[in-house]
Design a protein around this ligand. Structure first.
Ligand SMILES: Nc1ncnc2c1ncn2[C@@H]1O[C@H](COP(=O)(O)OP(=O)(O)O)[C@@H](O)[C@H]1O
Ligand SMILES: [Mg+2]
Length: 364
């Protein structure tokens, strides 16, 4: 189990964006990922459509109120489970300070998950307090996102010293890597910054760079990872490349495990989605006009009523497209707009449901 802490005491450099989308890129490739939201602002949870404030999360685990299994929210996006974070984490620094194991609590909990996940991603708060120290002690790798701003280099030296101090104190050797985020190498400022990062800091810089893209903010507004919201966007490809660069060996192992599992199936067993079945599937596209804050999901008989399961989402010119592939037949479905289940207002074809409302009907 590879543990990767995304750290930088500076806010706004892309920790949460990287945590969400690196996790999702790994999950898309069949890795089993646990993402932990360690920031009282709960942005990693919100960014995946989970209201951290409404449920037990990391704080309740650290104070002993809940067990690990009780705070893991499974399948927030393909392959990714989440331990949410919320404002109560602001009290975690005090709570931790009073415990004898104050900087090892997280590592202890994670050790019990060995074998259950291929990768754990820790989204740290913008401070070098006890929460971040817990993350640094648990991590095999520390990833430091930096954005091209005048102040970006401030603090990285201090962060590096802190990591070295912990490494010396506790005999841990995490590999430390910088990630250039929001870099547009066509601009001189970004090119100069990159040169500075490479020449002035004795820290390895990822070959992959994450470009600046409006899709990042849009996906966050919709509470979805880039892989779900804009699977074909260039920036989504950047995160896939990052996953391959940082965790290529983990992904390689996952691929061979998946291949071995497929080969182990008896030849007579019909595999889901065989060529004949696949060729029968029809692509259905739903198009919705959206305003910034609206999040639209779709659930129905075609995806076991699990919102957006097996549904591709694409955003184009202010409209959201939901694309699904289903065999011929009739299907009941509903839309979930900003968390509220409802009948599709654009489809007059509907049938009464058991809850006293209406389900929309799709004919393929
Ligand atoms: N590559 C990117 N392109 C465009 N916007 C980005 C990118 N990375 C981050 N952002 C935006 O910058 C802001 C800060 O990013 P965030 O990941 O929340 O940083 P942090 O967790 O370090 O505070 C967010 O509004 C986010 O949507
Ligand atoms: Mg953040």
């Amino acid at each position: 189990m590879h543990i990767i802490a995304i750290v930088n005491q500076k806010g706004g450099c892309g920790k949460t964006t990287t945590a969400i989308n690196l996790s999702a890129a790994l999950g898309q490739q069949d890795a089993r990922v646990l993402l932990i939201d360690m920031d009282p602002q709960g942005h990693a949870s919100l960014g995946l459509g989970v209201a951290g404030a409404e449920q037990a999360g990391l704080f309740e685990l650290l104070n002993g109120e809940r067990r690990l299994e009780e705070v893991i929210k499974s399948g927030v996006t393909r392959g990714v489970d989440l331990i949410p974070g919320n404002i109560s984490l602001a009290a975690a620094e005090h709570l931790l300070a009073e415990q004898p194991d104050r900087d090892r609590l997280l590592a202890r909990h994670l050790a019990t998950l060995e074998g259950r996940y291929d990768c754990v991603v820790l989204d740290c708060p913008p401070a070098l307090g006890l929460l971040s120290v817990n993350a640094l002690r648990a991590a095999d790798r520390v990833l430091i996102p930096v954005e091209p701003s005048l102040y970006a280099l401030d603090g990285i030296e201090r962060l590096r010293e802190t990591i070295q101090l912990l490494a010396g104190q506790y005999d841990i050797q995490p590999s430390v890597t910088l990630l250039a985020n929001m870099f547009d190498t066509r601009t001189r400022v970004a090119r100069n910054m990159l040169e500075m990062l490479e020449s002035q800091l004795p820290i390895e810089l990822c070959a992959t760079r994450i470009r600046n893209s409006v899709c990042v903010r849009e996906a966050a507004c919709h509470g979805a990872s880039l892989s779900d919201y804009a699977p074909r966007a260039a920036v989504t490809g950047d995160f896939r490349e990052l996953a391959e660069e940082l965790l290529g060996s983990v992904l390689q192992r996952v691929r061979s495990e998946v291949a071995a599992a497929i080969n182990a199936q008896p030849a007579s067993a019909p595999a889901a989605g065989t060529a004949a079945e696949t060729s029968n599937l029809k692509e259905v596209v739903f198009r919705f006009d959206i305003t910034e804050s609206k999040r639209v999901q779709i659930a129905g008989e075609f995806n076991n009523w699990i919102p957006d399961k097996n549904v591709e989402t694409e955003i184009q010119d202010g409209s959201v497209q939901k694309i699904l592939r289903v065999g011929p037949g009739g299907y009941e479905y509903r839309l979930i707009i900003d968390g509220v289940w409802q009948q599709d207002p654009a489809n007059p074809d509907a049938t009464p449901n058991q809850m006293g409302g209406y389900n929309s009907l799709l004919h393929v």
